[in-house]
Design a protein around this ligand. Structure first.
Ligand code: BES
Ligand code: MN
Ligand code: ZN
Length: 493
């Protein structure tokens, strides 16, 4: 749902709108100046009797107010506003949305009490809370709420731009979620290519190039093809170029996404339990497509190339066997010891391919290792980069928009774990430091470039009963690129 700014303290539709008021726990009885005395007089005794303390996410609905444009008010606790975190703003937003679903057609959220720095993560969480994926549900659950607006007393130009940026993130993030939530019988590499073409058909600033297996073979991408060859569905390398206004010739930012539309593990087949979630193994590619959509909406004046490495990892008579040796596009030979370590095999050739764009920097995004989930859980994405400045910029961007990363090492010391007795490199590094050795594998294909790797195995989707794609790290990447557009404008390149 798109959150718009409402410039007046009045209902958007009619007096049935819910007015949402965010309350500071330190001042639970303090109302904004817009509230008429008579309404405050109705509300204060109600609050005192209810025991409402304005704790984080605490709710108090009030009905049948008289002499006010709104008949319903929903009070929502912010906790101690002075110490509020982005994570808490997200909790408030999601709790608030849940309570709104059955309450009214429209809500106006009075955001005057929200700390300025939390406006963006709050508005983004509120937009995202309304997301659902009901394409295959015959009966769609009805949500009453059809729209939400924010009211900010004296909204500045900057705040209006912030909300527009949040809305751009939300669009791309929703696209990423839609793609990743599609089952693998629908969403295969050719489907991803069609979706890229479909996106570009609406945006002249996008240009799509699609490589087929024959073209990849011509280029020597035998590592990529070793993954794709077990499937009936041919692999696709999808390039999406975004040329923002005022940046036609600048060196591009290149985003590389792992797009395994289903990861069975191949001949090194995965156990059955939870394997359905391997439809999310294309979340990196989905997030790159999402960023492309967001860039068009936000109109950032930069150049970005998205490279989506799409293949299906299946066992079959054509599949790669453990022990097979392939030559990558870079010339390095790889002993494929485990066909379930397939992400790095499609990524390494893609990382070599995209060097023709002379990237300003490269970020790859991949649901790469279960080991990353062991290390960091589902809260933060793993960040791996030999470049301290780039790493810090990504950390800061993640903090700002609340799509956080945690840095892990990619030191040379780990490289020997990837040694193979028969090829230049093995595709697995043994039982320890699995997410680090995966990153070290990729590092061999990005030498001489500014490069960061994001392992999103834990953050790309929610598991279990509420299974679903999160669309992360679209917010992180958009915030990063927005910051880049400000700090190193294309004209200075
Ligand atoms: N796609 C998986 C990683 C993954 C696991 C993502 C769980 C999300 C949830 C990846 O291709 C994989 O299978 N990695 C192996 C690597 C191992 C064979 C070295 C893993 O993590 O077990
Ligand atoms: Mn795998
Ligand atoms: Zn995988």
């Amino acid at each position: 749902m798109n959150i718009t700014l409402h410039q007046a303290f009045s209902p958007v539709l009619d007096d049935q709108d819910v007015l949402v008021l965010l309350m500071d726990a330190q001042k639970p009885l303090e109302f904004p100046a817009e509230f008429p005395e008579a309404v405050q007089a109705q509300l204060k005794p109600l609050i005192e009797r209810s025991g409402f303390n304005a704790k984080v996410g605490e709710l108090l609905p009030v009905h049948q107010l008289s002499d006010f444009g709104f008949q319903q008010v929903l009070l929502v606790g912010l906790g101690n506003k002075a110490e509020m975190t982005a994570a808490q703003s997200q909790t408030v937003a999601t709790t608030l949305y849940k309570s709104l679903t059955a309450r009214a057609d429209y809500a106006l959220v009075h955001a005057g009490n929200l700390p300025t720095a939390l406006l963006e993560p709050f508005a983004l969480a509120l937009s995202n809370a309304a997301y659902n994926f009901l394409l295959y549900k015959s009966k769609k659950p009805e949500h009453k709420i059809k729209g939400m607006s924010l009211y900010l007393p004296d909204a500045s130009e900057a705040e209006q731009q912030q909300l527009a940026f949040v809305s751009a993130i939300h669009r791309g993030q929703s696209l990423a979620r839609n793609l990743a939530n599609q089952p693998a019988n629908i969403c295969h590499p050719e489907y991803m290519a069609e979706q890229a073409l479909e996106l570009a058909s609406h945006h002249p600033e996008l240009k799509v190039t699609i490589l087929t297996p024959a073209e990849m073979a011509e280029l020597g991408m035998h590592s990529f093809l070793a993954v794709a060859q077990g499937s009936e569905r041919p692999g696709r390398l999808i390039l999406i170029e975004y040329n923002g206004d005022g940046a036609p010739d600048a060196a591009p930012y290149v985003l590389v996404g792992k797009g395994i539309t289903f990861d069975t593990g191949g001949i090194s087949i995965k156990p059955a339990a939870g394997m359905d979630e391997m439809k999310f193994d294309m979340s990196g590619a989905a997030s790159v497509m999402g960023v492309m959509q967001s860039l068009c909406a936000a109109k950032l004046p930069i150049r970005v190339v998205g490279a989506l490495a799409c293949a299906e990892n299946m066992p079959s008579g054509h599949a790669t066997r453990p022990g097979d040796i392939v030559t990558s596009m870079s010339g390095q030979t790889i002993e494929i010891l485990n066909t379930d370590a397939e992400g790095r095999l499609v990524l390494c050739d893609t990382l070599t391919y995209i060097q023709r764009y002379e990237p300003r920097l490269i970020i790859d995004i991949a649901t790469l290792t279960g080991a990353c989930i062991v290390a960091l859980g589902k809260v933060v994405s793993g960040l791996f980069s030999p470049d301290d400045a780039l790493a810090q910029e990504l950390i800061d961007a993640g903090q700002h928009i609340h799509d956080r990363v945690w840095r892990m090492p990619v030191w040379e010391d780990y490289q020997e774990l990837l040694d193979s007795p028969v090829a230049d490199i093995g595709n697995i590094g043994g039982p320890t430091a699995g997410s680090v050795t995966a990153a070290c594998f990729l590092a061999r294909f990005t030498k001489g470039y500014r490069w960061a790797h994001l392992d999103i195995a834990g953050t790309s989707h929610i598991s279990g009963a509420n299974k679903g794609a999160t669309g992360r790290p679209v917010p992180l990447l958009m915030q990063f690129l927005r910051q880049q557009a400000i700090s190193s404008p294309a004209s200075a390149a």
